[in-house]
Design a protein around this ligand. Structure first.
Ligand code: NAP
Length: 291
């Protein structure tokens, strides 16, 4: 079982005092940036007995991995692809994770699941000085991240429109969020892009290795618009390059990655971690290699 094995190996190889263990589970997991991000925060806060590890957990081992994590005294786990939905059936959920139908943070001691993706995205926008209240926001995609973001933006008074490759999923998400949320097929993108105050890409389009792809081009955007791509690999996606060409203000996916991590850190420890240190650790990793 990978959770036990990774922990035993890490303890055997470490000169650190690893008393307080957190981690992330996923399949694959080797490219996760979360260990670098959380461990940098522990170091900066002087939490020398804290350690954050990556655990490779296959879907068929998920339930046992959570039970072993609890038995081993692991305090908290982040959850990534492909386990975010399956974990909802194995732990108690807070109200936000329940409505989203996905978990990215589990307090293992209480076996309680949370979802910090949506608030991470909102923090990324707020840090760029963007308030979404009353703004027209076009969300491209209706998958797991889009669900978290759509609920969070609706809570903060955004005027949402969701477009998706599979229109039925856009409809289901829009109707699940609120009566006044619009939806359409991604084929109708052009008709909404230009009129939106904020455009958010939640699809993997443009992600490595398909770095030349973008759902929209500069002629569909305009000066002063906010364009936020949650893809962080590469940091500057083709969409963001096109947005800059149009004179739009851009926000990259590293910001959301960092703030969802900041929120998870607080769920785990009750401490507000240094976001700048976490961001530095992520950007150093992304600058140094193509994941
Ligand atoms: P997901 O649940 O699989 O959803 C993917 C969405 O993208 C679906 O709406 C899908 O449409 C759409 N899509 C996929 N390929 C497409 C294509 N070629 N053209 C148009 N639409 C396409 O994935 P997810 O977990 O939401 O993650 C999506 C992206 O966000 C990934 O790149 C992930 O790395 C990134 N992400 C970033 C953060 C962050 O912190 N920055 C957090 C979470 C996720 P259909 O419904 O038609 O399949």
């Amino acid at each position: 079982m990978q959770v036990s094995e990774t922990l035993i190996l890490a303890k055997a190889n470490s000169t650190l005092n690893m008393d307080v263990i957190y981690g992330i589970i996923g399949d694959p997991i080797e490219h996760s940036l979360s260990p670098a991000m959380h461990n940098a925060a522990y170091e900066s806060l002087g939490l020398s007995d804290h350690c954050y590890l990556a655990f490779h957990v296959k879907p068929e081992d998920l339930q046992e991995a959570l039970a072993r994590a609890k038995a081993l005294g692991i305090r908290g786990l982040n959850v990534t692809i492909p386990h975010k939905e399956a974990v909802t059936r194995l732990v108690d959920l807070d109200a936000n994770a329940r409505r989203i139908g996905a978990v990215n943070t589990v307090d293992i001691m209480n076996m309680k699941g949370y979802n910090t993706d949506g608030s991470g995205a909102v923090c990324a926008l707020e840090e760029a000085g963007v308030s979404v209240r009353g703004k027209s926001v076009l969300v491209m995609g209706a998958g797991g991240a889009a669900r978290a973001i759509a609920f969070a933006l609706n809570d903060r008074g955004a005027d949402l429109h969701i477009v998706n490759r599979t229109p039925e999923r856009a409809r289901l998400l829009a109707e699940g969020v609120a009566d006044d949320v619009g939806w359409n097929s991604i084929n109708k993108l052009e008709q909404y892009a230009g009129n939106s105050d904020i455009i958010i890409n939640t699809t993997p389009v443009g992600m490595h290795p398909h770095v030349d792809e973008s759902l929209i081009t500069s002629n569909m955007m305009h000066e002063g618009q906010i364009v936020f791509d949650i893809v962080y690999n590469p940091v500057e996606t083709r969409l963001l390059k096109e947005a800059k060409k149009a004179g739009a203000i851009t926000i990259d996916g590293v910001k959301m990655l960092v703030y969802q991590g900041v929120k998870a850190f607080t769920v785990f420890t009750g401490i507000d971690p240094p976001a700048d240190v976490m961001e530095g650790a992520v950007r150093a990793r992304l600058g140094g290699e193509q994941l």
